[in-house]
Design a protein around this ligand. Structure first.
Ligand code: FE2
Length: 357
């Protein structure tokens, strides 16, 4: 469904207002070869109308010869900012960077944030942005979940399909992704709406059984036959299953990096306007799968780096795996039961769902 410029400008204004953009501040829009022209046009219009000084910094893409995918998250680490102090200086001198290119998981992003500059990533299609405009309520819900993670020592996930994963937590912070940047030096991603942390280094044990309908990213495939991943001392040691397991193994092996198999972030989705079924409608190359990462009640875990959390692991490979129908407990207390978030809005939403549908 196409979106009018005026609707997308209004959406940007809501996000920029929540991000406390003030008249006279400097906004730099970071763009690349895959930036959506309507998103760019409307971002500039909204920020300008709110009185900001707006720049555009366009950088050529990198990594094409190394990546097996067109997805912007398929090869991490080096970005068009790597070894580019002139571009970094421009971004550091900005109050707010609207990242329509994808800087995620790069040391340059940390460098820019440490100067107090805010960065908001927004690369999903315009209609997805409009459907998933963040709210204060999203923020409050995600922050409440993050507080529960911060207070806990064990993160456990189980499912009827056979998952039983235990992770010790506390070494790394809880991260709240709610879709806007209301603090200096904050990074966020529009759209989102989920909470996450990272297991203590080497302290994840158990198995994850991916069931039909669970999702592999950046492959953007629904799992059709179960895949069993065996996890020992923080690393996935075996991946067993049928054709999809073989594809996943071959894809990950292509990076030739044992760190690719480390358990990375763990958390759950809290965004009721994100939908598990979205992937069924879209061409893989038109989006990066944020509905899958954020849909309410998922268990989202991943393999790959932990440098986003302050850890030392960098690897170019990153696999995100949103799962349905899982139960998440923190120190034995359930935050999600069989895919239903155990807070007031999660329980109310589950009650509204028609029986049998
Ligand atoms: Fe991830």
């Amino acid at each position: 469904m196409s979106v009018s410029d005026i609707d997308l400008i209004q959406a940007w204004k809501q996000v920029l207002t929540l991000s406390m953009l003030e008249r006279g501040q400097i906004v730099t829009v970071l763009t690349g070869a895959d930036t959506h022209p309507q998103t760019l046009r409307c971002a500039i219009a909204a920020a300008s109308d709110m009185g900001a000084r707006v720049n555009r910094l366009d950088l050529p893409p990198v990594n094409a010869e190394k990546s097996l995918s067109r997805d912007s998250l398929a090869y991490l680490g080096t970005t068009p900012l790597t070894g580019n102090p002139a571009a970094i200086a421009a971004l550091k001198a900005s109050d707010l960077v609207l990242d329509l290119m994808t800087l995620l998981f790069s040391p340059e992003q940390h460098d820019i944030l440490s100067s107090g500059t805010k960065i908001l990533l927004a690369v999903e299609p315009p209609e997805v942005l409009c459907r998933l405009v963040p709210t204060e309520a999203d923020r409050a819900r995600v922050l409440a979940a993050a507080q529960r993670i911060e207070a806990a020592h064990e993160f456990r996930v189980t499912s009827k399909a056979g998952t039983d994963l235990r992770c010790r937590i506390g070494e790394f912070p809880a991260i709240s992704e709610y879709g806007f940047v209301d603090q200096p030096g904050r990074w966020d991603h529009w759209p989102s709406g989920f909470v996450l942390t990272w297991p203590d280094e080497g302290h994840s044990q158990g198995q994850v059984v991916l069931d039909r309908g669970d999702i592999l990213l950046p492959l953007k495939d629904y799992v059709t036959d179960p895949i069993t991943l065996t996890i020992e001392n923080g690393y996935v040691r075996r991946i067993q299953g049928g054709l999809q397991a073989d594809i996943l193994k071959e894809y990950m092996a292509a990076y030739e990096d044992p760190e690719a198999y480390a358990v990375s972030h763990i958390g759950w989705g809290l965004q009721p306007r994100a939908h598990w079924s979205m992937l069924a409608h879209y061409n893989k190359e038109t989006h990066i799968g944020m509905d899958a990462r954020a849909f309410e009640g998922n268990f989202l875990w991943s393999m790959g780096p932990n440098n986003e959390a302050g850890g030392s692991r960098t690897t170019a490979c990153h696999i995100d795996i949103p799962m349905r129908h899982c139960t998440v407990t923190l120190d034995g207390e359930a935050t999600v039961i069989d895919g239903v978030v155990q807070d007031a809005s999660g329980l109310a939403r589950a009650q509204r769902r028609p029986e049998g549908l």
